[in-house]
Design a binder for this molecule. Structure first.
Ligand code: HEC
Length: 122
């Protein structure tokens, strides 16, 4: 009995610590509430869900490339310099490669053997 109570108390503590440590997110979009989050909400959710943004992680370069890609191929308008800087600052500091996102790709060594030969580079 003592053990069960101890386990329950530990679980509660672990869960509460987890909640306290996790960043506050906006209920509607799921975006982390930090400086300039509204700029991202206003500019990045008109074509697709904010989930596409929050599922992604990247460095400043990755985020810049994603925006350039959408501008070049998905009809995204050019952003004014100040807005773009704010968006990139928000993304590169709140959605960094280190923060939790999609799982990392499976290393080639752990992949099943290829069923056919191809020229693609690993
Ligand atoms: C003009 C429309 C438009 C706007 C505005 C827009 N996007 Fe996108 N974005 C797209 C389209 C279209 C896709 C591809 C969706 C798909 O694959 O289903 C996409 C995909 C993405 C992806 C996924 C890329 C990948 O490799 O999977 C991310 C991340 C993203 N957008 C972030 C943003 C951010 C950040 C902003 C704001 C700066 C933004 N988007 C604003 C159209 C837009």
């Amino acid at each position: 009995m003592k053990r069960i109570i101890l386990t329950m108390v530990s679980c509660t503590v672990i869960i509460l610590t987890g909640l306290a440590n996790s960043a506050e997110v906006d209920n509607e979009t799921g975006l982390i509430i930090a400086e300039y989050w509204e700029t991202v909400r206003d500019n990045c959710t008109e074509c697709h869900s904010a989930k596409l943004v929050t599922a992604q992680r990247g460095t400043l370069k990755t985020w810049t490339d994603i925006i350039r890609w959408m501008q070049a191929t998905q009809g995204m308008e050019k952003l004014d310099v100040k807005t773009e800087d704010r968006i990139l600052q928000y993304l590169a500091s709140n959605y960094t490669p280190k923060s939790r996102g999609r799982r990392a790709p499976i290393p080639p060594l752990l992949m099943p053997p290829k069923p056919y030969p191809n020229e693609a580079k690993e």
